[in-house]
Design a protein around this ligand. Structure first.
Ligand code: SF4
Length: 243
């Protein structure tokens, strides 16, 4: 049995996309983790000032902003929320709102009918069951309408400083895949791969680092590999189409 490294798939020794008898094999776990650490350190130097992309003042505003950001840009959400948050100041304000009025404030974010429905239903549950507080556990957050793991991870991290997972959005998914950190397509499974690969104290940063890298360099559909700081660590360095 011969073992070769495909020069098209690797930039240097740590980018271990190994081809054995013509088939790609998963790199050794230790090498993968070592490469992941280089990726993390490189991005951390590149983007030292990670920050929350969405603007909010309270845990519930955080939850509302993240719910609005589904299928919508953070820029658009940040343009929408000042008027919304000026009108709706408490969880109870949302719980008592009519669907029609809330929709009128969030229309520009898209899918506003469903989003308004979920926000009002969530506010009612918080008022009735959680003393108008945003829950501090993944389990309780996932019980809220329209809240999946991505939203829950962002809210837990921002509102409660509980960094127990990695929020996987479209940028994190694309960058993780191109960097060879996962072969999964399901976001929950991608998250599990990333949690196994990075250290717990890095989980919170990974979301923001990968989002920034995905927005600025590893773009969809075509990434700017020629100017990418991770090119020597990336098995997809040089790709010219969306993957
Ligand atoms: S921009 Fe290119 S080299 Fe950089 S992480 Fe994305 S696919 Fe890899």
């Amino acid at each position: 049995m011969s073992t070769t490294k495909n020069p098209k798939l690797i930039g240097e020794s740590l980018a271990l996309a190994v081809v054995v008898d013509g088939r790609r094999r998963t790199p050794p776990a230790a090498a993968q983790r070592l490469r992941a650490q280089e990726i993390y350190q490189t991005l951390k130097k590149l983007y030292p000032d990670t920050y929350a992309f969405l603007k909010f003042n309270t845990p519930f505003e955080c939850l509302v902003a993240v719910m609005l950001s589904a299928q919508c840009t953070d820029v658009r959400v940040n343009m929408t929320t000042p008027a919304l948050f000026a009108r709706y100041k408490t969880v109870n304000d949302y719980a008592q709102s009519t669907q029609q009025e809330l929709e009128s404030y969030i229309k520009s974010c898209g899918f506003y009918h469903t989003k308004a429905k979920h926000i009002i239903a969530t506010a009612k549950i918080l008022v009735e069951k959680h003393r108008s507080k945003v829950p501090a556990t993944m389990e309780k957050l996932l019980e809220l309408p329209g809240v999946a793991r991505k939203t829950a991870n962002i809210v837990l991290g921002n509102a409660h400083k509980h960094h127990t997972g990695i929020a996987v959005d479209t940028h994190v998914k694309r960058v993780s895949t191109r960097l060879g950190l996962t072969r999964e397509t399901n976001t929950d499974r991608i998250e599990q791969d990333l949690l196994r690969t990075f250290r717990p104290e890095q989980w919170w940063d990974i979301n923001y680092l990968f989002i920034r890298h995905g927005r600025e360099t590893c773009k969809a559909p075509t990434p700017f590999c020629s100017r990418c700081a991770l090119s020597s660590l990336c098995p997809r360095n040089g790709i010219t189409k969306s993957t």
